[in-house]
Design a binder for this molecule. Structure first.
Ligand code: UD1
Length: 359
């Protein structure tokens, strides 16, 4: 029996497959590599010494999806695949709704046909919109403010309806705060295409000299130093949270939602200082206008996950920044290799053109 991981080549997906393999699970990945690189899977294999079966398939390819379920014994699905850039979602809402919502519908329909009813869904703290207070608990009002966030919210609602209609499903919704950092080996990390939108990848590129300066989006927020405050969580802690959630999901029926965060907020300036300290580089920055859609403060109440999943983030901000920097310096061009080069390197053991078997 295997765990199917959609979007397994992405930033959080790839770190999660390492933790799953370390815990002895068999892993199958579906990814269409539109915003990820198969080299991440290769790195997961290097780190764990285990095999991973990979399907180069979109969730929108219903036949391809059907094939995966026909040819494998799948116990549970961890569903990461989806578009994730807020600004892009405002420009291309139809693509976002189609890819994220329709892709999830097809996935759930295929799971239902094959009687696979254990699902972990990758949601986001973005579903809380601008919270009235912090820390944010799971029962806070939900209010996404952009198409990307609304796809997450819609999927949460669809999954709730699905469970109401058939309570033999077991569904876990994980709302992530701000994942940063990288695997401690320096082999795996965040590899955004183009100029990064998020804070840590941007700072990393300034530190290494690839980008000139960080723009700090606003110093007039009602926070300790005027800059935005977020709950940054080490991606490996987040990945371990998925394993804990999976273990619970496979025992209990029901639909459960958990915040995955540390419960601590750091300002942009505090992050800049922590990064400077661990990297020994100075980060040039300039203060600019607020970025539209940003909230002043967001951090989690992570107590529910602690109590019910027996999970707690362990890595502090210095380690998050140090691991991000280690990844950046070891891989100045990210995963670097283009997919066509990867194809020549990977042994194909299947005649099915969608299936790549990586060893
Ligand atoms: C963003 C997304 C969120 C998504 C999350 C994934 C937006 C509005 N929100 O969260 O939906 O789930 O990424 O990780 O895009 N900052 C700067 N300069 C920069 C970049 C960021 O000052 O160049 C500041 C931001 O204003 C914010 C903090 O750094 O205060 C963190 O920003 P970011 O890393 O983009 O994450 P979020 O905006 O919290």
């Amino acid at each position: 029996m295997a765990i199917l991981v959609t979007g397994g080549a992405g930033y959080i997906g790839s770190h999660t497959i390492v933790e799953l393999l370390n815990e002895g699970f068999e892993v199958i990945v579906i990814d269409n590599f539109t915003n990820s690189n198969p080299e991440s899977i290769n790195r997961a294999i290097q780190i764990t010494g285990r095999e991973i079966k990979v399907y180069n398939t979109s969730l929108l390819d219903s036949e391809g999806l059907e094939d995966v379920f026909l040819h494998n014994k799948i116990q549970a699905v961890i569903h990461f695949a989806g578009f994730k850039a807020v600004g892009e979602s405002v420009l291309f809402p139809l693509e976002y709704y189609h890819n994220n919502v329709s892709g999830t519908l097809l996935l759930c329909q295929t799971m239902q046909r094959h009687n696979v009813k254990n699902l972990i869904f990758s949601s986001s703290a973005t579903v809380y919109g601008a919270p009235d207070k912090v820390p944010i608990s799971e029962d806070f009002p939900l209010n996404a403010t952009n198409p990307y966030g609304r796809t997450k919210l819609m999927i949460e609602e669809i999954l709730t309806d699905l469970y109401q209609s058939d309570n033999s499903w077991s569904i876990t919704i994980l709302r992530y705060f701000n994942p940063i950092g990288a695997h401690e080996s320096g082999k795996m990390g965040e590899d955004p295409a183009g100029i990064p939108n998020n804070l840590i990848p941007y700072i990393s590129k300034v530190a290494i000299g690839e980008l000139k300066e960080l723009q700090i989006f606003g110093v007039d927020y009602p926070t300790k130093d005027g800059t935005g405050v977020r709950d940054y969580i080490h991606v490996v802690d987040l990945a371990k949270g998925h394993v804990k959630a999976l273990n619970q999901n496979m025992i209990l029926k029901g639909i459960n939602t958990y915040n995955l965060g540390t419960g601590r907020g750091y300002s942009v300036l505090e992050i800049v200082k922590a990064f400077e300290k661990v990297s020994g580089r100075s980060i040039n920055y300039k203060i600019t206008e607020r970025r539209p859609g940003d909230v002043a403060v967001s951090f989690a109440n992570p107590e529910k996950a602690k109590k019910e999943l027996n999970w707690e983030a362990e890595r502090g901000i210095d380690q998050m920044c140090a691991d991000a920097w280690h990844w950046q310096t070891n891989n100045p061009n990210g995963y670097e290799k283009a997919p066509q080069i990867m194809e020549q390197e990977f042994p194909f053991v299947s005649s099915n053109e969608r299936e790549i078997f990586l060893k």
